[in-house]
Design a binder for this molecule. Sequence first.
Ligand SMILES: Nc1ncnc2c1ncn2[C@@H]1O[C@H](COP(=O)(O)OP(=O)(O)OP(=O)(O)O)[C@@H](O)[C@H]1O
Length: 240
Amino acid sequence: MTDPVDDFIVFQQASCRYDGGQDVLSELSFSVAQGEMVYITGHSGAGKSTVLRLIAALTRAYRGQVSVMGQNVAALNPAQVAQFRQHIGLVFQNGHLLNDRTVFDNVALPLVIRGYAYQDIGRRTRAALDAVGLLNKEKALPPTLSGGEQQRVGIARAIVTKPALILADEPTGNLDPEMALDVMRGFARFNQTGVTVLIATHAIDLIQALPQRILHLDQGRLSSEDPLSAASLGAAHGHA
Ligand SMILES: Nc1ncnc2c1ncn2[C@@H]1O[C@H](COP(=O)(O)OP(=O)(O)OP(=O)(O)O)[C@@H](O)[C@H]1O
C-alpha cells in the first residue's frame, strides 16, 4: 500500500518505448513526495520529456508501473485521465500560446473550459498573472511580449487552476540566463506554497545555483555519475 503523500509520484521499474523501437526509459524507479521540487536533467534524448509524459498520462509504460497521486496511471480510462489531468499544470518550452488572444484570455482558458463562473475567472486569472508579475500585460497579445514574458504567461496558465502538480518541460529553453533564473525562481515560489514541481531541463549551470533535488537521466536510466546529481540522488532524500 503506497502513501499518496510520501509517494506522490512512484516509478516502479517503468520501461517505455515508442512504436516498438528501443527502450527510451529502462526499468526506471524513483519516487517523489508531495511538495517536493525535482529537476530532471540529462542529455538530449535521455528521456526527460518521456518521464513527464508518463506522469501526465500522455504516454504509457509497457512494463513496470507509474503511480501518481495514488493512482496507477496506466489503469485510468479516458474519462478518468481527463479528471486526473485537472490536477496537473503543464508548462512547455514554447508556451503553446494563442497569439491572437490576449494574455488574459490565454491564462483564463483552462477556467473557461472547466466552466468556472465569470467572476471567478476574472479573480483567479488576475491572481495567476500577479503571481508571475504580469498583471500589467493582461491586454497584450503574446507576440508583443518578450520570450521571458511569454514563458511566464504559459506558467500563469498552468497554475491558474491551482494544480497539485506542475510539470515543466524545458521551461527556460529560449531565455537568457537572467530571465531563466527568474522563471526557475518563480517555480520555487509555487513549490513553497505546497505545489509539487518537476522540471525537465538542460540548464545544469542554472540549477546548480538552486538547492533542489536532481534526477539525472542517462540513456533512459537514472545515473549518479554526474557530480551534481550524486549528492541529490536517492540517499540524500531517502528515495530509491
Ligand atoms: N513520439 C515519439 N515517437 C517516437 N520516438 C520518440 C517520441 N518521443 C520521443 N521519442 C524518442 O525517445 C527518446 C527520448 O525522448 P525525450 O523527448 O523523452 O528525451 P529528452 O531527454 O526530453 O530530450 P530533449 O532534451 O532533446 O528534449 C528520443 O530518442 C526520442 O527520439
